[in-house]
Each structure stands twice: as C-alpha cells, then as structure tokens.
Design a protein around this ligand. Structure first.
Ligand code: ADP
Length: 333
C-alpha cells in the first residue's frame, strides 16, 4: 500500500483551541515550539474549533476566537511560506476518520482521561464531545501523517491514546499510520496560572499573551503567593511569580532576581512589577505586528485558506487509503 506520507520524514502536527484568548501557558507549552520547529520541518498547525465547541457554543465568540488565534500565531512569527496554519473544520474529512477511530477505541480507555475528569470536576458539561475529545485529536494528528506533536505536559496522555489508536488501526487493517511522539519541553511543561493550578482557559486563571498593561497588572496582582514578609528571604523555586519570571528573563536577570529572593528585602510586589515589565518587553515586537494584522483580516483569511487547501490534499490521500483498507467503498467519483 502506497503511504500517503513520505516514510521516515518528520511531520509536525499540533492544534490549539479557539476557546478563548491564548495565554502564556499556550505560548511556552506549545506555540513557541511550533514556531521554532516550522523552520526545519513540514508542519500542520490548526485552530481546533471542533474541539473548542465542547465549551464555546456561541457563533460570534467562536468566530472571534478563531480569528484571534490565527492573528496570534502570525504575530508571534508563524511563517505561512514555511508551513500550514488552518482551521480544523476546513478539513471535514476529519470527522470520517474520527468515526472509524471511535469503532477502534475502548470506552474504558477514554474513561481514564485525566483531562476529561479534570474538566468535568471543574464544572464543564460532561458531553459526548468532551468525552471523545482524544479520538478527534488522534484523527487530527494521524490524518496528516504526523510524527511529532509539540504540546504541553497536560497532553501527554492524549498522545499516548493517539499512539494506541494508530497501532490498533495498523494491526487490524494494515500498516498505514506512523506512530507519533509527543514533543514536550520539560522546563516549561506546565505553566502555572494565577491561582497556581495549571494555566488553562477552562479555569479562568490565565494571563493573555497580548494583555494590555492595565489588565496585565490586574492579572499579575492576582497571582497567589505565600505570606513570607518583605524583609525575609524567600525560596524562588516555591513561588509562582518566580516560575513565570523564569520564562521571560535572560539567564543573567534570572540569576539576579534569584539572589534578591534568597537575600530577603525583596517582596512579591517587587517581583510582580518585574514580571509585568519583562512580559511587556518580551512580546513588544509581536504586539506591534498584531496591530498591523488586525487592520488586515483579508491577509489572515488568505493564509488560513491556503493552509487548509494543503491540509485537505493530504487528508484526502490519507482517507483514500483508509477506505481501501477498511472496505468502505465509494460508489461515486
Ligand atoms: P487550554 O487548557 O488553555 O484550553 P489548550 O487545550 O488549547 O489549552 O492547549 C493548547 C496547547 O497549549 C496544548 O499543547 C497544551 O498542552 C498547551 N498548554 C495549555 N496550557 C498549558 C500550560 N499551562 N502549560 C504548558 N502548556 C500548556
């Protein structure tokens, strides 16, 4: 059987939800790696609006978040000449593969999903969509022949499920899918939110990438710290503010602030001010680019259209092989 991808070639695949403003957890856990990897490998990055529907059920919000996610990627350095950025629902064939994968996935595997249990515990509605989320994700990765999936640590279990589904398909119907690996940068595997839980759109504890100074200040003030008095020495490795500072600071700045923490006389209020300065500085160029892109939505749509056309071509080839292997005959041309 002719593969629909080039054997041995690394193909990067990853998605980002359009369920709200993208935050610094998304950036350090995923987007930064996406942008770095596209320099050296063919990549497919998509805004997962089907997945987002598990929480966003308002058309205007869905459209706004989708466009905002695309603008965010482009502002942060995504290069549409090097790889593909598109909207998940622009490849409807995905739903066909998802169905086939449903038929191969034991319910008991999905019941073990930590992300699902977590989201339900946080009050999200336990819909079929939320429960089956990892199966759609497997189709998302495998339909483009993805071999490497840059994600945050929270997604590790889902990538394991994707590997399991690919193996099940290959064993049952014949070798077709490469078995993908997760690519997790351990130093930023989980970025904490302002309440010290994992930063997540679903928990309302995020700090947006492009937060304006006033709202950034409000968000940063909310970061939970312990009650060590200003003059006392503090352990930087047990503090949330420092965990975020580390992401933005140069090694020299990080060392300087670490020393200030350990010495004492340096309060969490000071650290929060430093974090705000570092963050505004870090995203300054991207912020400028974002202002330009907001004035040019046609360009953003063109990028998404081209990315989707490329993605549909690969997905189409994949599904031809899948139909042959599974005996789902097509009686029309
Ligand atoms: P959210 O939990 O905010 O809805 P998504 O599910 O859209 O985020 O995740 C998009 C990408 O960002 C995934 O690769 C995920 O692993 C990563 N990510 C999300 N939150 C964090 C975090 N707090 N730390 C590190 N990576 C994260």
């Amino acid at each position: 059987m002719k593969p629909f991808f080039e054997p041995g070639k690394t193909v990067i695949v990853s998605g980002i939800q359009s369920s709200g403003t993208l935050h610094i957890g998304n950036y350090f856990g995923a987007i930064r790696q996406h942008i770095a990897l596209q320099q050296t490998h063919p990549s497919y990055y998509f805004i997962v609006n089907y997945h987002a529907m598990t929480t966003v059920q308002d058309a205007e919000q869905m459209k706004a978040h989708t466009l905002d996610a695309a603008i965010t990627y482009l502002s942060l350095g995504f290069d549409p000449d090097k790889s593909n950025l598109f909207v998940q629902s622009d490849v409807p064939l995905l739903n066909e593969l998802t169905w086939i994968f449903f038929c191969l996935t034991p319910v008991s595997h999905l019941e073990k999903s930590v992300a699902y249990k977590d989201k339900v515990a946080q009050g999200l509605s336990a819909s079929c969509g939320l429960f089956n989320y990892p199966v759609l994700q497997a189709a998302d990765i495998l339909i483009y022949g993805g071999t490497l999936v840059p994600v945050g640590a929270d997604q590790k279990q889902h990538i394991e499920m994707t590997r399991d589904i690919a193996q099940r398909f290959n064993n049952r119907f014949g070798e077709l899918f490469p078995i993908p690996d997760a690519y997790i940068v351990e130093s930023v595997a989980t970025v904490p939110g302002v309440d010290s839980r994992k930063m997540s759109k679903s928990y309302g504890n995020t700090i947006g990438i492009f937060e304006e100074k006033a709202s950034l200040t409000r968000r940063v003030r909310r970061i939970v710290t312990d009650s060590t008095p200003l003059e006392a020495p503090k352990d930087p490795d047990k503090d949330n503010v420092f965990a975020l500072i580390r992401l933005f600071a140069t090694p020299e700045k990080e060392a300087e602030l670490r020393e200030a923490y350990l010495r004492g006389g340096y309060g969490y209020g000071h650290a929060k001010q430093e974090l705000i300065r570092l963050m505004l500085d870090y995203f300054e160029t991207a912020r400028e680019r974002r202002r330009e892109l907001l004035k040019n939505p046609d360009y953003v749509h063109d990028v998404l259209r081209q990315g989707a056309a490329n993605a549909r071509a690969v997905a189409g080839e994949c599904m031809e092989r899948v139909r042959e292997l599974t005996g789902l005959i097509t009686t029309y041309t």
